[in-house]
Design a protein around this ligand. Structure first.
Ligand SMILES: Cc1cc2nc3c(=O)[nH]c(=O)nc-3n(C[C@H](O)[C@H](O)[C@H](O)COP(=O)(O)OP(=O)(O)OC[C@H]3O[C@@H](n4cnc5c(N)ncnc54)[C@H](O)[C@@H]3O)c2cc1C
Length: 396
């Protein structure tokens, strides 16, 4: 074991609380959904030594988390302030996580601008509102010459007001989930894949077990972290109809992009392995929507995919010529779990406090924060004030 790994192990051990461990030996918690949210919750519970079982109807990371753009930020779309502040804490949680888990996070910042005058004015207006919050991440408005020093391969079209958001980062979510799963198992937790939740079983009014496609699992508390399946599993409308977003991954390419580029129509960044990850801003709605029935995770035919890729190339080519030279490795369609009012939904359900719900858009930005707060609420049987704005009871 090298020194870096050894120090991480020591820090991780120091974070465990033997007191909590002994006072909760009767807790049996099943977490439903091994996306970023459920996996972080199970990971934090396993650190307390709780009897935790994480289940997924498919494989870990096979839901939205595996098809995400993976941008960690507290930028202007996260509003009001309570949500933005929560996302700021999310960034801090990632920095703390680095002491425990050997994951690389690229804290490169983002550059955003629009070509259309009105869109650009709206962007600046959003940024000035953000700057008026009591706390916010570091933002600076720079011109195209300054932006080109940071990003020589991008044509900023002489824009004088490019938003440089310095604290933003990107992660490799699939890799992170796999690392967390390993740690859950090392900590004594269980992870069961291809195990579909069916229903809860009760003894009098208490949860006694969870019925799954693989049989019953004993439990006295259950966490629903099932993303876009939340409404159907809980028989209630917490989320709007999921919206699709396409993520394109290139094959490794020469090092050319330093920051997260949020340009007109598309956004992208380059991972340390050379792959360029591209997301789009809504153009899928004008792609063959028929091909997206049944929430497919891939386009239904190669020709539809090619049409789509050509559209993305022509939009991106306006300001990033190298996009025409990229070889494509993977095209996936992700479905966003979006709460009706846009804000995270985190907390116990009123009709049974042993049922806990955690679902949100921005799950990548918030994963480690949500994991540690939810685990604390469950284990210490407490209510953490910073979560008060996000309770499921607002939908009652
Ligand atoms: C294209 C796109 C780009 C995005 N970009 C970003 C971004 O840059 N930054 C950001 O912060 N967020 C982003 N998001 C949002 C983010 O990806 C999601 O908020 C996050 O992945 C949700 O994680 P989750 O764990 O709640 O859900 P999921 O990852 O969907 O996990 C839920 C899991 O529950 C399982 N499940 C469901 N039903 C059952 C059942 N009955 N039994 C057992 N298991 C079940 C599913 O199989 C799934 O694995 C993006 C989303 C999309 C689609």
């Amino acid at each position: 074991m090298n020194r870096r790994h050894f120090l991480k192990l020591i820090t991780a051990i120091a974070l465990y609380s033997p007191f909590v461990r002994s006072s909760n030996k009767n807790l049996k918690i099943v977490v439903i959904g091994a996306g970023i949210i459920g996996t972080f919750i199970a990971y934090e519970l396993s650190k307390y030594g709780i009897d935790v079982t994480l289940i997924d109807k498919n494989k870990p990371g096979s839901g939205t988390s595996g098809s995400s753009f993976n941008w960690v930020n507290a930028t202007y779309p996260k509003k009001p302030y309570s949500y933005n502040y929560f996302a700021q804490l999310g960034i801090n949680s990632y920095k703390n996580l680095l002491k425990e888990i050997d994951i690389s996070i690229e804290w490169n910042g983002s550059l955003e601008w629009f070509n259309l005058r009105q869109d650009q004015l709206d962007l600046l207006n959003e940024i000035s509102q953000l700057m008026n919050y009591p706390t916010h991440t570091k933002h600076e408005i720079i011109n195209s010459e300054q932006a080109n020093i940071l990003e020589p391969s991008i044509n900023f079209n002489n824009n004088k007001n490019i938003v440089y958001s310095k604290d933003d980062g990107t992660i490799n979510t699939r890799e992170l989930i796999n690392l967390l799963i390993k740690s859950i198992k090392i900590n004594g937790g269980k992870v069961i894949t291809e195990c579909e939740y069916k229903k809860l079983n009760f003894y009098k009014t208490n949860i006694s077990s969870v019925s799954t496609s693989l049989g019953n699992i004993d439990a006295n508390k259950v966490v629903f972290a099932c993303g876009i399946d939340t409404n159907s599993l809980l028989s209630k409308n917490y989320l709007i109809k999921p919206t699709p977003g396409v993520i394109i991954k290139s094959k490794p390419y020469k090092k050319i992009i330093n920051k997260i580029i949020v340009g007109p129509g598309i956004h992208f960044y380059q991972q340390s392995n050379g792959q360029i990850i591209i997301g789009e801003q809504g153009s899928i709605s004008i792609t063959d929507a028929k091909s997206l029935k049944n929430r497919l995770e891939r386009f239904s035919s190669r020709s539809i995919e090619m049409n789509y890729l050509n559209k993305i190339r022509s939009m991106g080519g306006e300001f990033f010529e190298d996009i025409f030279d990229l070889e494509i490795d993977e095209v996936s369609i992700g479905w966003r779990p979006i709460p009706i009012d846009g804000k995270p939904i985190i907390g116990r359900l009123d009709h049974n406090p042993n049922i806990y719900l955690a679902t949100m858009h921005s799950g990548i930005s918030l994963g480690p924060l949500v994991g540690s707060l939810v685990a604390r609420e469950l284990v210490q049987d407490t209510e953490i004030p910073v979560l008060e704005n996000f309770r499921p009871s607002r939908f009652d």
